[in-house]
Design a protein around this ligand. Structure first.
Ligand SMILES: C[S@@+](CC[C@H](N)C(=O)[O-])C[C@H]1O[C@@H](n2cnc3c(N)ncnc32)[C@H](O)[C@@H]1O
Length: 255
């Protein structure tokens, strides 16, 4: 068993396992509902410039483009960008897709809104996580909006353990979840059983409390307007698994 809690970024998001399960579990209807909720909370205008980072296979970016927004999608995995481009073509939408690393994005264009969803924040070490947020703050126009989804710290205590099992046909994805207080890491030691073969991978996130996020975002000129437990709404509670923060960059009056 692998005791290293570092996110295995170079192998965690492979097409044969990660994409095979997530594209099955997260339906097109779910992505559509998420886009409708995000659009409403981010108060997107038709011509808004939106950055979807990381965009994965473009499940939000393409739907946002269908709504008339000007969308850029960036992901470090070129295979996902290829899938996103292919879907954009079949949907008849135009999205500016690029391969890029969210830790080192600087001097990019300005956006009216940025989305960072499906717990895509906090996958790196602390400094890189903060740099990522700084890059986002810099890439927003004054008054621009930012949505970031992360684990909720409240239910996580030393000793927290949980296992989730997902099925696709005869194949299984098992998430063995645990919180490690000393390292402040929420880890999923994931096991895939596909075509009778086992594959192990560690996915982990640094944990930030809502209060910490408020302070960090405030220092970057962003205010949290609203907290949701999911990307489709609901009432956020201390026991919610996730927190989806809707933030606004200071510098323009609220409309
Ligand atoms: C949890 S998925 C979320 C994708 C998308 N937001 C969604 O909702 O489907 C995380 C994504 O982060 C991408 N990724 C991992 N490290 C990255 C990095 N350093 N820069 C940009 N993208 C990265 C992976 O390729 C993967 O597509």
């Amino acid at each position: 068993m692998n005791d290293d809690l570092t996110f295995e970024l170079d192998r965690a998001f492979d097409i044969d396992h990660y994409h095979y399960f997530t594209s099955h579990l997260v339906t097109a209807e779910q992505s559509q509902r998420e886009v409708e909720f995000l659009s409403r909370c981010l108060r997107l205008a038709p011509a808004s410039r939106i950055l979807d980072l990381p965009c994965g296979y473009g499940r939000h970016a393409n739907l946002l483009a269908m709504r008339g927004h000007r969308v850029t999608g960036i992901d470090s995995n070129a295979l996902y960008i290829d899938l996103a481009v292919k879907d954009a073509r079949s949907m008849g939408v135009d999205v500016d897709y690029r391969v890029g690393d969210m830790r080192t994005l600087q001097d990019i264009e300005l956006y009216d809104a940025i989305i960072m969803v499906f717990t895509s924040f906090a996958m790196f070490n602390h400094d890189e996580n903060i740099t990522t947020l700084k890059n986002m703050a810099r890439a927003l126009v004054p008054g621009g909006r930012f949505c970031v989804e992360l684990m909720n710290s409240y239910p996580l205590k030393e000793g927290y353990k949980r296992a989730l099992v997902f099925e696709r046909g005869d194949d299984l994805m098992i998430d063995r979840l645990s919180y490690h207080a000393e390292e402040n890491i929420f880890a999923s030691k994931r096991v895939y059983i596909k075509d009778g073969k086992r594959r192990d991978v560690v996915m982990s996130h640094e944990i930030f409390s809502l209060e910490q996020m408020r302070v960090i975002l405030r220092s970057l000129g962003m205010l949290i307007d609203y907290v949701s437990p999911t990307c489709v709404g609901g009432a956020f509670e201390s026991g919610s698994d996730k927190m989806v923060l809707f933030c606004r960059k200071e510098g323009a009056s609220e409309v």
